[in-house]
Design a protein around this ligand. Structure first.
Ligand code: NAP
Length: 254
């Protein structure tokens, strides 16, 4: 974002206000049809941003579009495991809004089983979505982010630093996402692109075929991650929280 990198000597009250404003900026959230991505989309729309969300089917995208209360949402069918889909999605955003300031590589799936029982199909779906997907999204959007001096974020997980039984496949993808994002941060900061990975613990979503309910009150809620993303986007240009662990305060209440 050009406005994020004004010389510090110009930071009087007015320019500080401009830095804080996200009004009219454009975001792309992969996997924004539900869960965390949807919560982030709502938070960015509240800030006056224009937001594109994606999912794998026209049906899931249409359902999500019906439930947004704000305008300025674009729904895209794109499977992050296919580079050509992501290239097409970014092209559609640029055609519609002419710029891209924030990219959230959020789409992800989880399959959990002891490794000797893990199917080849589930393993490859996780690698293709969670790991290859974040690369495809970056590859498709990095030129636009160079242009806007924007922000690229990934949704990793605490499973990107803590391993546990039944999670060998999921752990492999999320450890990979954390390493990928931190190295990408080192590559891209010279272009004034900020890069961050967010590593949540339990969030109340549809992840792994879960149905959110009142029993999930102890978990992080999707809008809490939305609030975190807004705070990151409003962070002073000179400062970059590049890796963020976020967890429920009271997991003992589960
Ligand atoms: N929930 C948690 O406790 C938790 C904790 C840490 C990290 N995470 C991470 O947070 C991210 C979001 O998960 P969530 O909890 O919000 O799960 P969710 O409620 O199941 O939502 C997943 C989203 O990803 C989309 N998606 C899945 N595969 C896709 C693909 N190949 N291409 C495009 N979109 C795809 C889904 O869209 P369609 O179904 O419409 O295709 C949906 O919008 C994931 O990366 C997950 O690993 C979740």
């Amino acid at each position: 974002m050009v406005f994020l990198f004004l010389p510090l000597s110009f930071l009087n009250f007015t320019t500080k206000y401009i830095i804080m404003s996200l009004l009219g900026k454009v975001a792309y959230i992969t996997g924004g049809t539900k869960g965390i991505g949807y919560g982030i989309a709502e938070s960015l729309l509240e800030q006056g941003m224009k937001v594109a969300i994606s999912g794998r089917s026209q049906n899931s995208v249409d359902e999500a579009l019906k439930s947004f209360t704000k305008e300025n949402v674009l729904g895209l069918v794109s499977d992050v495991s296919k580079l050509e889909d992501e290239v097409k999605a970014v092209k559609s955003i640029l055609e519609k809004w002419g710029r891209l300031d924030v990219v959230m590589a959020n789409a992800g799936v989880g399959h959990f089983a002891p490794i000797d029982e893990m199917s080849d199909k589930d393993w490859h779906q996780m690698i293709d979505t969670n790991l290859n997907g974040v690369f495809h999204t970056l590859k498709a959007s990095v030129d636009a982010l160079k242009e806007s001096e924007g922000y690229y974020m990934t949704l990793a997980s605490l499973a990107g630093t803590n391993f546990f039984a039944t999670a060998a496949g999921y752990n492999a993808t999320k450890f990979g996402v954390v390493g990928f994002t931190q190295a990408a941060m080192l590559d891209l900061r010279k272009y004034n692109i900020k890069v961050t990975t967010i590593m949540p613990g339990s969030v109340a979503t549809h992840f792994n075929d879960h149905m959110p309910s009142d029993q999930d009150a102890w978990k992080i809620q999707p809008e809490d991650i939305g609030q975190l993303v807004v705070d990151l986007l409003k962070m002073h240009p000179r400062t970059l929280p590049s890796k963020i662990e976020v967890r429920p305060t009271r997991p003992d209440l589960k």
